[in-house]
Ligand binder design. Structure first.
Ligand SMILES: Cc1cc2nc3c(=O)[nH]c(=O)nc-3n(C[C@H](O)[C@H](O)[C@H](O)COP(=O)(O)OP(=O)(O)OC[C@H]3O[C@@H](n4cnc5c(N)ncnc54)[C@H](O)[C@@H]3O)c2cc1C
Length: 297
């Protein structure tokens, strides 16, 4: 790879191959690099009719027509319950050859696009990773690349095109990525889904087992626990934890703080306290026995 070029295109997917082919056709010395070696796996197979015009500009139409890719004439939507919409035939909307498009195998399609770029005069290099985009002030002036297992090199360019797809190398470097909360979704492979699903089911079983253990433990200590019959505050405590007590010794007094007993905020603080306390229930707990009463203070 030469040390300089007019346009350096970072990424040899459909976007990079398209930009590079059209620029090289105009006579610009154009270089593409891709970190992968094509054909390489990629997701996103279903083309839309309007790609026809780009494919035409790229002189790719004949190649597409001769390909084994499945011809696509329409779309149909399936809702979350599996219900199918009526099919939408592109030709009904636009009676033109462009209304037939293709369902491509991306590895093959992207390879065809890259080969097509080479045929337009682009120098394309595979297995070469861009490590950084070099700047002179606000202007990109080149890239730092690394060939497989090789040393870092700098290539100077008048223009750098970031076509790195979801990697978004420049977008990340300049912190320009903005996530749309509505579209904040991801896709995982079937095997990854199965792995995570098994992990979740395993976790649920662990939770059930832990709950069962807790219940068993609770049963075994019931005799040593005192359960309050309502929510409240402990107003008096007569023993410290761990202290031995004889039957009948008072342990604590719990005063109900049920807001239903609160007579509202129109009263002064001191008056309210007095009135609500008059109607508070009080729960006195004695060792080996307890009692609950409505008290009048
Ligand atoms: C789940 C899913 C389903 C989709 N379905 C469809 C669909 O049905 N139809 C459709 O039209 N689109 C679909 N898409 C979108 C489609 O995949 C993308 O729009 C398309 O791949 C974008 O092309 P691109 O050239 O911008 O990026 P890419 O195709 O991702 O190409 C980027 C290239 O840059 C290279 N690269 C990245 N970083 C570096 C680096 N540092 N140095 C060197 N090379 C680098 C990568 O190896 C890659 O080859 C789908 C996308 C997803 C996620």
């Amino acid at each position: 790879m030469e040390e300089t070029c007019d346009v350096f295109v970072l990424g040899g997917g459909p976007a990079g191959s398209t930009a590079a082919a059209l620029l090289a056709e105009k006579g610009w010395k154009t270089v593409i690099v891709d970190k992968e070696r094509h054909p390489r796996f990629h997701i996103g197979e279903s083309l839309i009719p309007e790609t026809y015009w780009v494919l035409q500009r790229l002189k790719m139409l004949d190649k597409m027509k001769k390909s084994h890719f499945i011809k696509k004439y329409s779309v149909q939507f399936v809702n979350a319950n599996g219900k199918l919409s009526a099919p939408f035939y592109f030709h009904d909307n636009k009676p033109h050859e462009c209304s037939q498009t293709w369902q491509v195998v991306r590895s093959e399609f992207d390879h065809m696009m890259l080969t097509n770029a080479r045929e337009h005069g682009v120098a394309a290099f595979e297995g070469v990773r861009v490590r950084d985009v070099l700047f002179d002030g606000p202007r990109a002036v080149g890239v730092r690349i690394q060939e497989e297992g090789g040393a870092l090199r700098e290539i100077r360019a008048r223009v750098v095109v970031d076509a790195s797809g979801q990697t978004g190398l420049l977008m990340n470097k300049l912190e320009l990525r903005v996530w749309d909360p509505l579209l904040d979704k991801g896709a995982i492979t079937k095997s990854e889904f199965d792995r995570q699903n098994t992990q979740c089911l395993g976790a649920l079983e662990q939770v059930s087992a832990a709950q069962a253990r807790t219940e068993m433990m609770a049963k075994s200590v019931t005799d040593g626990l005192v359960r309050a019959p309502f929510e409240g505050v402990v107003s008096e405590k007569f023993v410290t934890p761990g202290e031995w007590v004889a039957p009948g010794k008072p342990l604590f007094t719990l005063v109900d703080d049920d807001p239903a007993y609160d007579l509202g905020g129109t009263l002064t603080e001191s008056l309210r306290k007095r009135i609500t306390l008059q109607h508070h229930r009080c729960y006195s707990c004695f060792a080996y026995g307890s009692s609950c009463s409505e008290i009048d203070r």
